[in-house]
Design a protein around this ligand. Structure first.
Ligand code: PEP
Length: 255
């Protein structure tokens, strides 16, 4: 049984005051909700504070990126050890904005996953095709490339700690959501691929989130799909009302 996981990617939004206000609102709205794993991924500057504010709550904290070295002369980078030390539990790795703007490759994704696992963090690994790739019928090739190379040398045991986020790049921040059928097709492809790389049990137990313009109105129909185990939410995670509504909708889905 895969527990639904809803994570909010705050991207480069929220000061300390704004982030605290958002988290206080989420705590109020979601206090008793245990059916879904809830994660907020603020900028690095907010990790220790929000981790403290959310201690012993049903909401976990995650970082949006990490570096694979433990420490050293790497100006501007933050190591997995430091993220773990901040109180965070999860880390997003390989988000398409990192791939597009900051030179993230499957090779760096792979190094980051290994470093995150070593530090005791739970990676949320993003994969997904661009619009041009989808239009050229390359979606499955891209997903295979991201999964096979991003997860190179990862063991089945390590895979238990990893969540995959399928995020079609054309649906991120555009208001265009993949249809439930399009998303399900990609998720099923990913799960079948995980079975080939690892084994049936590992594939069945891996949580695969959908990301790309998720909002309260489309949450239920997406999560209702057999291979969609949650959502990675960008824009709609920045407001208490919309993120809390997404989590509540997700918690009502029984399948
Ligand atoms: C994201 O940033 O991972 C994302 C899915 O963004 P949005 O929900 O805004 O499309």
């Amino acid at each position: 049984m895969r527990k639904t996981i809803i994570a909010g990617n705050w991207k480069m939004y929220k000061t300390i005051a704004e982030g605290s206000e958002l988290v206080n609102g989420l705590k109020r709205e979601l206090i008793d909700l245990e059916a879904v794993d809830i994660v907020v991924c603020p900028p690095f500057t907010l990790l220790p504070l929000l981790s403290d504010m959310l201690t012993s709550s049903n909401i976990s904290v995650g970082a949006q990126d990490c570096y694979w070295q433990e420490e050293g002369a790497f100006t501007g980078e933050v190591s997995c050890k430091m993220i773990k030390d901040s109180g965070a539990k999860y880390v997003i790795i390989g988000h398409s904005e990192r791939r597009q703007f900051f030179g993230e490759t499957n090779e760096t994704v792979n190094k980051k996953i290994k470093a995150a696992l070593k530090a005791g963090l739970l990676p949320i690994v993003c994969v997904g095709e661009t619009l041009a790739e989808r239009e050229k019928n390359k979606t499955f090739d891209v997903l295979s490339d991201h999964i096979k190379n991003g997860l190179a040398d990862i063991t089945a045991e390590e895979m238990e700690k990893i969540t995959i986020a399928y995020e079609p790049v054309w649906a991120i921040g555009t208001g265009k959501t993949a249809t439930p059928a399009q998303a399900q097709e990609a998720h099923k492809f990913i799960r079948d691929l995980l079975e080939k790389i690892f084994d049936k049990e590992t594939a069945q137990e891996t949580r695969i989130q959908y990301g790309g313009s998720v909002k309260p109105e489309n949450t239920a129909e997406l999560i209702n799909q057999p291979d969609i185990d949650g959502a990675l939410v960008g824009g709609a995670s920045l407001k208490v009302d919309s993120f809390a509504a997404i989590v509540k909708k997700a918690s009502e889905v029984t399948k």
